[in-house]
Design a protein around this ligand. Structure first.
Ligand SMILES: *[C@@H]1O[C@H](CO)[C@@H](O)[C@H](O)[C@H]1NC(C)=O
Ligand SMILES: *[C@@H]1O[C@H](CO)[C@@H](O)[C@H](O)[C@H]1NC(C)=O
Ligand SMILES: *[C@@H]1O[C@H](CO)[C@@H](O)[C@H](O)[C@H]1NC(C)=O
Ligand SMILES: *[C@@H]1O[C@H](CO)[C@@H](O)[C@H](O)[C@H]1NC(C)=O
Ligand SMILES: *[C@@H]1O[C@H](CO)[C@@H](O)[C@H](O)[C@H]1NC(C)=O
Ligand SMILES: *[C@@H]1O[C@H](CO)[C@@H](O)[C@H](O)[C@H]1NC(C)=O
Ligand SMILES: *[C@@H]1O[C@H](CO)[C@@H](O)[C@H](O)[C@H]1NC(C)=O
Ligand SMILES: *[C@@H]1O[C@H](CO)[C@@H](O)[C@H](O)[C@H]1NC(C)=O
Ligand SMILES: *[C@@H]1O[C@H](CO)[C@@H](O)[C@H](O)[C@H]1NC(C)=O
Ligand SMILES: *[C@@H]1O[C@H](CO)[C@@H](O)[C@H](O)[C@H]1NC(C)=O
Ligand SMILES: *[C@@H]1O[C@H](CO)[C@@H](O)[C@H](O)[C@H]1NC(C)=O
Length: 549
């Protein structure tokens, strides 16, 4: 349980639950009082938690205890341990590759070399134009890996060309590819080469944009969508296919509408059990986002898993079937056959995955009807089971649509920015647990502290849960300040994100909610060159309250 849940239920009922939960009564009680006081929406705090940190958090506390759930978790693509070994599926464009193609060109142009006459007019299809751009990019964008260039096309003036390429970010362990297209102006360099004399910003080479063709051979390549995403819901196909499968089906439990960390912790337990049993996991794509992350301050049902996570990647690495498809096929089979589908119902988490290993039923159906906290999915993975079931963290990546926003923001800053994470909100108001946080994150204190850590006039991205936009104005006297809300157009009703999430949501617009904000804020912060954290850099208060560090 978390404090947001507490605030929406009758207090008396909660007290009973609290008393039964020794470990965290003191902590929660203070937060409870606090949540009641704080009526207005407090955006969650963008704190980076790694999967190991979360594991520690959950396993050190009592079995069914959930503490502060307002943090954001690094998902699979951020975990070097899990994915570091994955080899690159594509080669990147390095200096060696450029030199090789340069040599080839030199051989071809030996005869035409009459004082470099041909360079006077910039011909965008000339391979030397591309070489100049490749060199330039390698030199200036050190944090990204260039994967593929498209042939440059004419820009708006005669000495300009627009160039498009795909790249990945070195900070991301996934091999997801992003695209950029920029406009370059050229001059004549030494030895019959071109050189870049001016480069425009992120996505400025609009003429090159259409160079991207979908890998799916569709005709909509010029639309404002990321054609690389294919997160359609897979179908099982024929009835026979359904009957041949082996499934693990978890019905909805007490985790529903709890915080996102509990969601991931529970979901990965179920998926981990399915993998252990070599079964297909039946997955409910409908997520309930807890009040903490909603501007409305209410739990909101009917959010799509794909708003937050990368379903395409999940489909590739795990065997899953969508719940609706599954139930339809199950019913269809039972209606048209005398012999029903063999199903094993499991009513308590106390039946371990090891006990189910030998079961041959087509469907193993875990039901979670017991009262809280006996109905949490993750309880299946406690105790002995923890030794057998590995949570497949590598299967869970953040949504590519959110990562496109992250890439857009850091690309607009040319990946050359510093960042500070400023935790305020409830923690700053709680003087008992965080006595200095409020004053240490006041505008004056921030300015004084940052001057020792970040050079003046650098681009400074501020990841924060402070809702008041102008709170950081004082820093503008020293830095070029950037806040998430400066990039509102990236999720406005004219954006790619809006277009894509709307069609995913059957034409209904999707709100850019608190969890998405935190996910993007955290990832942008993570891409900065110098990173200043609140705890340990700005204040001596401990992250989890007095005497916890
Ligand atoms: C260039 O031409 C020379 C001789 O004309 C040849 O030896 C060399 O292999 C060629 N290089 C490339 C990269 O084609
Ligand atoms: C530009 O370069 C390409 C490739 O080298 C060549 O085929 C084309 O004829 C050139 N165009 C002009 C106008 O020179
Ligand atoms: C590009 O510009 C050159 C001259 O600047 C022109 O000759 C050529 O036709 C243009 N190419 C395209 C595809 O418009
Ligand atoms: C130009 O060519 C000369 C002789 O081949 C070489 O010494 C010089 O380094 C070259 N300059 C560049 C910028 O490549
Ligand atoms: C895409 O279409 C082209 C020709 O239209 C065809 O040669 C190619 O194999 C197709 N690629 C895929 C992945 O279907
Ligand atoms: C998307 O992926 C599914 C498999 O998950 C595949 O059946 C489908 O053809 C793909 N769609 C496109 C447009 O390639
Ligand atoms: C799952 O499959 C693997 C390899 O195919 C096998 O080693 C393992 O014993 C299987 N587990 C179960 C529970 O059937
Ligand atoms: C956690 O659960 C396991 C098995 O369900 C039990 O053995 C253990 O005592 C529990 N730990 C606590 C602190 O309740
Ligand atoms: C987008 O939002 C603005 C204001 O928020 C509104 O005026 C406009 O009509 C909207 N456009 C579309 C296409 O929904
Ligand atoms: C998304 O954009 C495409 C092309 O710009 C348009 O045809 C489509 O209607 C848009 N979809 C939504 C849901 O706005
Ligand atoms: C923030 O604190 C950590 C741990 O003390 C330190 O390693 C890091 O260099 C500090 N960051 C800055 C920007 O000073």
């Amino acid at each position: 349980m978390n404090e947001s849940n507490i605030s929406t239920e009758p207090i008396g009922q909660n007290l009973i639950k609290l008393i039964s939960n020794l470990c965290f009564s003191v902590f929660v009680f203070s937060v409870l009082i606090f949540t009641v006081i704080a009526i207005t929406y407090q955006p969650p705090d963008p704190w980076l938690e790694s999967a190991p940190a979360l594991t520690k958090l959950f396993t050190q506390t009592e079995n069914a205890t959930f503490k502060d759930d307002k943090s954001i978790l690094k998902t699979g693509e951020d975990l070097p341990l899990v994915l570091g070994a994955a080899a690159s599926p594509v080669s990147s464009i390095t200096e060696a590759v450029i030199e090789k193609s340069e040599k080839e060109i030199k051989n071809l142009t030996v005869m035409a070399e009459s004082e470099c006459e041909d360079l006077k007019v910039v011909n965008c299809s000339d391979p030397r134009v591309l070489i100049a751009v490749e060199r330039f990019n390698l030199k200036y964008f050190k944090s990204i890996v260039f994967l593929e260039y498209k042939t440059p096309v004419n820009g708006s003036k005669s000495n300009e060309c627009d160039v498009a390429w795909r790249f990945r970010n070195k900070k991301e362990k996934s091999w997801r590819r992003y695209r950029d297209f920029r406009r370059f102006r050229f001059g004549i360099g030494e030895n019959c080469t071109y050189k870049v004399v001016y480069a425009s910003g992120w996505h400025s080479g609009v003429n090159a944009r259409r160079m991207f063709r979908s890998r799916f051979n569709t005709t909509r390549s010029a639309t404002i969508r990321d054609d690389e995403i294919n997160d359609t819901i897979p179908t099982l196909g024929s009835e026979m296919n359904f009957r041949k499968g082996r499934y693990l089906y978890y019905s909805r439990g007490g985790d529903y509408c709890k915080g996102m960390n509990q969601y991931m912790w529970s979901f990965l337990c179920g998926l981990g059990e399915a993998m252990y049993l070599n079964r297909t996991f039946v997955m409910d794509l409908s997520v309930c986002l807890s009040a903490t992350y909603n501007p409305s301050n209410k739990d909101e049902e009917g959010k799509d898993f794909r708003f937050y996570f990368d379903f395409e990647h999940l489909k590739e690495v795990a065997s899953i079937v969508e719940e609706g498809e599954f139930l339809r096929d199950w019913k269809k089979w039972d209606r048209s056959h005398k012999r029903k589908v063999p199903t094993k119902k499991v009513v308590t988490h106390k039946v371990t995955p090891m006990q189910l290993r030998k079961d041959k039923s087509t469907i193993i159906w875990r039901q979670f009807d017991a009262p809280e906290p006996e109905n949490y999915w993750y309880r299946v993975c406690e105790g002995q089971a923890a030794k057998y079931i590995q949570r497949p963290w590598h299967a869970l990546w953040k949504s590519k649509r959110l990562m496109n926003i992250v890439t857009e923001i850091s690309g607009k800053l040319d990946w050359d920015f510093d960042a500070v994470h400023v935790v305020r909100g409830e923690k700053a108001q709680n003087k008992e647990l965080w006595p200095h946080l409020d004053s240490d994150t006041s505008p004056d204190a921030l300015l004084a502290k940052l001057q020792g850590m970040v050079q003046p006039w650098r681009h400074l991205y501020i990841a924060t849960n402070e809702p008041f936009y102008n709170y950081f104005d004082k820093l503008r006297s020293q830095y070029k300040v950037h806040l998430l809300d400066d990039y509102k157009e990236l999720w406005s009703n004219t954006s790619e994100w809006y277009n894509e999430t709307t069609s995913l949501n059957n034409g209904r617009p999707v709100e850019f909610d608190g969890y998405m904000r935190v996910a993007v804020d955290t990832e942008v912060f993570y891409r900065a060159k110098t990173r200043v954290e609140t705890f340990y850099n700005l204040t001596k208060d401990c992250k989890d309250g007095v005497n916890t560090c």
